[in-house]
Write a protein that binds this ligand. Structure first.
Ligand code: SF4
Length: 423
């Protein structure tokens, strides 16, 4: 349920079924051109589709001309309180201007901005913040903050429509995750315009990422939201972009770069997996392809849940194994696992995404796996296979034949003494 309407911020479509656009905001003083352009270049490199810059002063609006000309991605000017700066930003070529009509000085001033935006064909982002709702909604905010936010946003939309301006997206910002979810769900039902999602002032990299993942992830999983910004207390705007991408990748809404899968480790681990995972993650940053790479801390479960990974390693104290799509490639001494893994990945790309298996090396790896695997452990795959076999058995028994479920109950049940291991 993407928004019905679509707008374009520069070349980037927002809403109407377009991929969810990732945006962030620079942390530099906008008029400091070298710093701002360097940060824009870093966020674009990290995968930002759009970048927003604060425009609180005349010199920032002036700097926009150069920023727009040199930025590799469309630029949104962020304006508060001053409608003449909004007009200057539009005239400077900003691809979109963000303003909250509630704090810009009244409908007449909003009308002056929409007149220029219409003339230039530039979209606006309009919205409301939970911290600055209009006076007449203060009581409602106390009783029902979600309804107050949604009412303020719909009043803003009605104002834009009265001004005959429809080239806009809407945002409703709250520091509360439940209110962000509830208000955007309500608003998505009430208006056809694209929605910008964000949890405002989410917090540090750690807590802010989690709050954003829960809030935005819930909405995105419902199909709500057309562009997202992760607000983190960091000077490194590219960190916000990376978190946004992880949320979109986790929901399989967009793909960008490799996906790393790693087991959580447990008492069976016999090597320094923390360093190995960190090194694999670091080296994967050099690849653009959405290749899936898995790191398992031991072979007790076999290749288990990493069976679908394009490449993976599973380690032990002295030796480990590299595999692809569940098939062993070679046994490698533990200290060389990461180097050999990346050699295999590079060869795979050189051959046009083909994995070649050397028979002798694969046999040695399979032998190592068999020696290290615990074939009696109740892995999720084995449990699923057993459940399937039991279900088949039940239907066979219903037809009068002795089925495997009886054998399963007696011989393979965890309560019959088998170990139960889940990664
Ligand atoms: S049992 Fe699972 S979680 Fe524990 S080290 Fe092995 S793969 Fe990792």
């Amino acid at each position: 349920m993407s928004s019905e309407r679509q707008i374009h911020v520069g070349s980037v479509p927002i809403g109407g079924g377009a991929p969810v656009a990732v945006q962030t905001m620079t942390k530099t003083e906008t008029a400091d051109l070298p710093a701002t352009l360097a940060q824009i270049s870093r966020v674009a490199e990290a995968g930002a589709d759009l970048v927003r810059v604060a425009v609180p002063r005349e010199r920032d609006a002036e700097a926009l001309k150069t920023i727009v000309a040199e930025s590799p991605i469309p630029v949104i000017a962020d304006i508060h309180f001053n409608h003449t700066l909004a007009i200057k930003a539009l005239r400077a070529g900003a691809h979109c201007v963000r303003l909250n009509p509630g704090n810009i000085g009244g409908p007449e001033k909003v009308a002056e901005v929409t007149a220029v935006a219409t003339e230039l064909g530039t979209p606006l982002r309009v919205g409301v913040n939970s911290g600055s709702l209009p006076e007449h909604l203060r009581e409602l905010e106390f009783e029902n903050p979600v309804e107050a936010l949604v009412t303020a946003a719909t009043e803003t939309v009605e104002l834009m429509e009265r001004l005959d301006f429809r080239n806009f997206k809407v945002s409703m910002k709250s520091t509360s995750v439940p209110n962000t979810i509830a208000s955007n769900r309500l608003l998505a039902e009430r208006i056809p315009y694209p929605l910008h999602l964000g949890v405002t002032e989410a917090g540090t990299k750690w807590s802010g990422s989690l709050k954003s993942a829960v809030g935005l992830g819930t909405l995105l999983a419902d199909g709500i939201g057309d562009t997202i910004r992760i607000s983190l207390s960091t000077f490194h705007a590219e960190e916000e972009v990376k978190v946004a991408w992880e949320i979109l990748k986790a929901l399989k809404l967009r793909q960008r770069g490799p996906v790393l899968i790693a087991c959580p480790t447990c008492g069976r681990l016999q090597f320094d997996m923390d360093s190995v995972v960190a090194e694999v993650e670091r080296r994967l940053q050099a690849y653009d392809d959405p290749i899936e790479v898995s790191v398992l801390g031991c072979a007790v479960n076999g290749i288990g849940e990493a069976r679908h990974a394009d490449f993976g390693i599973t380690g032990a104290k002295d030796a480990g194994m590299i595999y692809s799509k569940g098939k062993p490639i070679r046994k490698v001494e533990t200290g060389k696992l990461v180097d050999r893994l990346f050699e295999e990945i590079d060869k795979y790309y050189e051959r046009g995404k083909v994995v070649e298996f050397d028979e002798a090396a694969a046999a040695e790896a399979a032998e190592w796996l068999a020696a290290n695997e615990d074939a009696t452990a109740m892995t999720p795959e084995r449990l699923a296979a057993m459940e399937k076999a039991a279900a088949n058995g039940r239907s066979a028994e219903a037809n009068g034949a002795p089925g495997p479920s009886a054998r399963l109950d007696e011989a393979e049940s965890p309560v019959a003494g088998r170990r139960f291991t889940r990664a």
